[in-house]
Design a binder for this molecule. Sequence first.
Ligand code: FAD
Ligand code: NAI
Length: 476
Amino acid sequence: MSQFDVAVIGAGPGGYIAAIRAAQLGFKTVCIDAGVNKAGDAPALGGTCLNVGCIPSKALLQSSEHFHAAQHDFAEHGITVGDMKFDAAKMIERKDGIVTKLTGGIKFLFQKNKVESLFGKGSLKGRNGDVWQVEVDNKGEKSVVEAKHVIIATGSVPRPLPLIDIDNVNVLDNEGALNLTEVPKKLGVIGSGVIGLEMGSVWKRVGSEVTILEAVPTFLAAADQQIAKEAFKVFTKEQGLAIELGVKINEIKNDKNGVTVSYEVGGAAKTETFDKLIVSIGRIPNTEGLNAEGVGLEKDERGFIKVDGECRTNLPNVWAIGDVVRGPMLAHKASDEGVAVAERIAGQKPHLDFNTIPFVIYTDPEIAWVGKTEEQLKAEGVEYKKGTSGFAANGRALGLGKAKGTVKVLACAKTDRVLGVHMIGPMVSELVAEGVMSMEFSASSEDIARIVHAHPTLSEVLHEAALAADKRALHG
Ligand code: FAD
Ligand code: NAI
């Protein structure tokens, strides 16, 4: 039987990073993963993020943005484009190439760091003295490895909608939404969360008529509402996404006529038939097949593996990280938890600040934030001041043809410490890092205001928002 110091179950951004860090710290490490490639004929490391999540979605967002820009924006630069055609299959092929490159890269990193990689479903068999036995089921061929520590990083799966089965032909989850080889004429999306907005944007830009049906009456309820309102206006009025809020879905039929959704909104009954329907109503933790009950691994009422602030489960030397535990379901959160756990096993004292995890939605304009929203500060009774600045007069944004959006800095009214940074605009996925850094270093808005920002850059809008928080905006 193979013996290890650390066995990681799952090779998504939580698990593969935990395995690499553990190996770097000198532990004999194995990473067990059951993921397969799109064709289903070979193992594929990288989990949801690399195979059917972050990376493929961003590839499609870029392709569709290019097509849209060539159609609508090039003319003002004096560029005339002839008869334009869009080849969805080619876009998917490019995306698949990126996925294959990155998933193969993890295999290489495992080899480089001497992480043993095993294909199969891992489950906790039990304890043999001080060590855990983990069974690996490779299509019925079973083996057992032993390890002192186990890190569970089994991720999440799409939340099912009881009204309809996903067939990934007409009714799609994230996997199907990332693999359409023809542009649907009419696309329906249930859920105006991150996947709904990103995937809705992709297919809208390349010609679909997109309707998004959202249960909650508030658009992007978790985001700062000033930013959310601005986003809603751009997505609906300028980009033509039909977003219906406060919807109750009553029935969904998937037949030869298409996918027919009957719903209520504002007291009115409506029915729409779509060529394809994406169901993106959140994700749920994946603990299937882990034998959690068998070994007494505790879960919370929502099915997440229960952990403390340092990712310890109720079982000795069993840790859990990423989407399968509480907290935002984000790749960078999973990876940072993975690093922290490996370092804790090594006796180090790493710290992960959950208040400074950035959120990004890769629409156009992008939305990004870190820290508290104005709504949260009000609810908590925190006295704050704010400064906002827009991209409309920013030279770089004008040059890019993307002079739209706002940056808002929220700071403590007494100490000036930055409490939140909220943005909608071009490349704010990159700009948010400055907000994260500021908060991690307990910066004040004056600190950001006194830092020299290069000109002309998009970051000048954050600079100006920080100046505005101190009522000394220069361009406001
Ligand atoms: P996962 O990535 O889900 O990996 C879990 C792995 O464990 C999988 O490989 C699975 O096969 C394996 N596994 C499960 N059970 C077992 C078992 N019993 N034995 C062996 N292996 C097992 N996040 C961002 O931060 N940015 C984004 O832009 C972003 N975009 C996204 C877009 C989409 C469409 C989706 C669906 C998600 C997106 N996310 C994004 C979320 C991100 O993908 C997840 O937060 C992240 O993948 C979680 O990492 P993880 O390691 O916890 O789990
Ligand atoms: P989500 O939680 O972002 O959004 C789901 C939406 O569906 C919510 O607005 C919810 O109110 C709505 N909803 C739930 N039930 C409904 C129903 N019956 N009818 C209509 N609407 C309903 O989840 P989503 O978009 O599925 O994404 C899953 C997770 O993946 C995200 O929470 C995020 O953690 C991650 N992700 C991150 C991305 C990023 O960081 N850019 C991109 C895509 C996904």
